[in-house]
Design a protein around this ligand. Structure first.
Ligand SMILES: CC[C@H](C(=O)O)C(=O)SCCNC(=O)CCNC(=O)[C@H](O)C(C)(C)COP(=O)(O)OP(=O)(O)OC[C@H]1O[C@@H](n2cnc3c(N)ncnc32)[C@H](O)[C@@H]1OP(=O)(O)O
Ligand SMILES: [Co+2]
Length: 137
């Protein structure tokens, strides 16, 4: 069911500083900031060729990563995103297997303009998992 790792997300307290570190210290290809108010974050994608790193900072009052950063003020790895071909089928299979799909259980449009869902970290060994539908591509 799951395919490639699409991205590994890091919640950061300072997006500009984190972007500069990846660009200047690690010599990585760093994209432009992308505000995602509907998700309560502003993100920068770092392209490593085989996957991406999603640097994320809170955006707005009730960001879903605010609590995470309170517990981890210096930042930390936040979630892993795997690619799937069919997110509806994946959702059905996961719910049938007892996994919790976060939110209202339906896909939302993610940073890449594709449908995504999130799975509760307590159901996957303490790791928040995101699934992104890349279709038949
Ligand atoms: C979709 C756009 C973009 C993209 O790539 O396309 C993004 O990725 S946006 C990313 C930001 N959005 C989300 O993360 C949405 C899904 N996340 C959530 O719904 C919440 O963050 C949730 C439910 C995972 C945690 O919410 P909250 O922190 O408010 O709840 P708790 O503090 O009660 O946490 C419950 C329990 O889970 C542990 N926890 C929280 N976050 C994480 C995490 N990232 N990884 C691992 N574990 C996490 C937390 O410590 C609590 O554990 P406990 O033992 O009870 O203390
Ligand atoms: Co993500």
């Amino acid at each position: 069911m799951i395919g490639r790792i699409n991205h590994i997300a890091i919640a950061v307290p300072d997006l500009a500083a984190a972007s500069t570190r990846y660009r200047d210290l690690l010599g990585a290809r760093v994209g432009e900031p992308q505000a995602l108010p509907e998700h309560g974050v502003i993100v920068v994608f770092v392209d490593t060729g085989n996957a991406k790193v999603e640097l994320m900072a809170p955006l707005g009052e009730d960001s879903p990563i605010a609590g995470f950063l309170e517990k981890n003020p210096a930042g930390g790895m936040h979630h892993m995103c795997f690619e799937v071909r069919d997110i509806a089928t994946a959702t059905q299979r996961l719910v049938a297997g007892g996994a919790r799909v976060l939110g209202d259980g339906r896909p939302r449009t993610g940073a890449h303009g594709l449908p995504v869902i999130f799975l509760h970290p307590k159901d996957f060994d303490g790791v928040l998992i995101e699934l992104e539908e890349i279709g038949e591509g």
